[in-house]
Every structure is written in C-alpha cells, then in structure tokens.
Design a protein around this ligand. Structure first.
Ligand code: SAM
Length: 231
C-alpha cells in the first residue's frame, strides 16, 4: 500500500525499524481462554507478531497478522513456525472475504490512528469475522486523577484536536521531535466504537500494566480490554 493511502499519524508507525515499534498493551487471559484450537484468528496491527505468537502458544490454533509496517512483518515471518501468516495491509480495507475468521484482535492499534479512522477499522473487522465470533480490543486507559497527565492531555489536545491524545517525542533522535501520537481511552469510548461497528454484548476488564523499562523509566498505566460479539 502506498503511504499516500495512510494519513500522517499512521506513517509514524511505518517508520519504525524491525523490532523497534513500541508495544505494551496486553491480551486478557480470560479472552485467551475463550479461544479454541481450531480457530483462525486475525491479528490486526500485528507488528512482528508478539501477540500472534501468544495466541498460537496458548491455543495451538492459527493466526493471520496484518500491518502497514513491512519490516516488522518480515521480522514476524522470520520468527514464525508456520502457524502465523503475515500480510501487508491496512486495517481500513482488509484483503479478505466476508465471514471467514473465528476471532480478531486489535491491540494498541485504535490508539495509533486518528479518531475519524477508528470506526472504519472495526467495521472492517466486523465484516471479516464469522457471526458469533468476537473482536478483542486492548488499549491504555486514560488517567483521570493525576494533574501531570491531565495537563499533558490538555496540552496535546490543543495541538492534535483530541483530548486523550499523547504526543510521544523521540528521546533518542533530536531530529525527530515526534516519534508517534497515541491515545488513552475511556471505557465508554471503546464501547461506543464497538457498538457503532455492529458488535454487541461488550465484556470489559482492566489489567494493571507496568511500562517501566530496566532503568525504571516509564509509568504505571492501566490497560483496558473490551471484547464484543458479531451477532
Ligand atoms: C502499538 S503497536 C501494537 C502492535 C501489536 N498489536 C502489539 O500489541 O504487539 C501499533 C501497530 O499498529 C500498526 N498500524 C498503524 N496503522 C495501521 C493501519 N492503518 N493498518 C494496520 N496496522 C496499523 C502499526 O504499524 C503498529 O505495528
């Protein structure tokens, strides 16, 4: 896909070299336990397959991972034991027939794109899932009770036009003032998006998430997980 088809916010994610894309949001163990060994799961925004491999290890089933970052997909394919296939595609227009997957995951992907694009990603996921199967979404939860965070959200909203967006600088390269723009979600935002795309019966769970690196740099966040069914 040409970069002209993606907007600028998604292009930041295409720039990461293999193995360097920031990824921390998690699958929920309860969702993993609901999957079956003969399921074919679609990992939307799979990157190099961190979570695809977790699904295969847990269920013994198969996964197809799609992403716009080709170098991450190539890395994923080199690590795959054959249970995961990797396809270069954008979540907004999936190169698959209707009703073919037994489930899908979108982890840290809705946060990576502009607000106007998120519903379409879920509409496409809905289209390719079999009726009765579930889509799983996991994102960072918005921090409400910390002044440092609320000030940052306001500051970054003035620049990006959306409260909850977080402009993350590239701390290693002064020539790249922005590494990427993420978004921290409220539960209601995810619910609304899932329902707008046609999914029903949302399950909501929180997971504590420690994003500190070895030097202690980073923050503690809460990871929110929602999964819902295609009727
Ligand atoms: C925070 S990373 C999460 C990666 C992976 N889901 C994980 O948790 O390990 C966000 C991913 O979304 C991908 N992405 C961004 N825009 C996309 C789009 N339009 N279609 C598919 N993937 C996209 C990025 O390339 C990146 O790999």
């Amino acid at each position: 896909m040409s970069s002209g088809e993606l907007n600028q916010r998604e292009q930041y994610w295409q720039n990461f070299e293999a193995g360097t894309t920031p990824t921390s949001a998690q699958l929920h163990p309860e969702y993993l336990a609901s999957l079956n060994s003969d399921d074919m799961i679609l990992d939307i925004g799979a990157c190099s397959g961190r979570l695809s491999r977790e699904i295969v290890a847990s269920t013994g089933g198969k996964v197809v991972g799609i992403d716009i970052n080709v170098s991450e997909l190539v890395l994923g394919a080199s690590r795959s034991d054959g249970a995961t296939g990797f396809v270069a595609a954008s979540a907004e227009s999936l190169p698959f027939e209707n009703d073919i997957f037994d489930g899908g995951i979108l982890v840290g992907v809705l946060a990576a794109v502009n607000r106007q694009r998120r519903k379409q990603f879920l509409v496409e996921a809905f289209r390719v899932l079999k009726p009765g199967s579930s889509i799983f979404v996991s994102e960072f939860e918005r921090v409400e009770d910390d002044e440092e965070w609320t000030e940052r959200y306001q500051h970054d909203a003035d620049i990006t036009g959306e409260y909850g967006n977080v402009i993350v600088p590239d701390y290693t390269d002064p020539n790249l003032p922005i590494s990427f723009i993420g978004h921290h979600f409220e539960q209601q935002e995810l619910d609304k998006l899932l329902h707008a795309a046609g999914f029903i019966g949302t399950v909501f769970r929180r997971l504590p998430l420690d994003t500190r690196d070895e030097s202690g740099f980073g923050y503690l966040y809460s990871n929110i997980c929602s999964w819902a069914t295609k009727p």
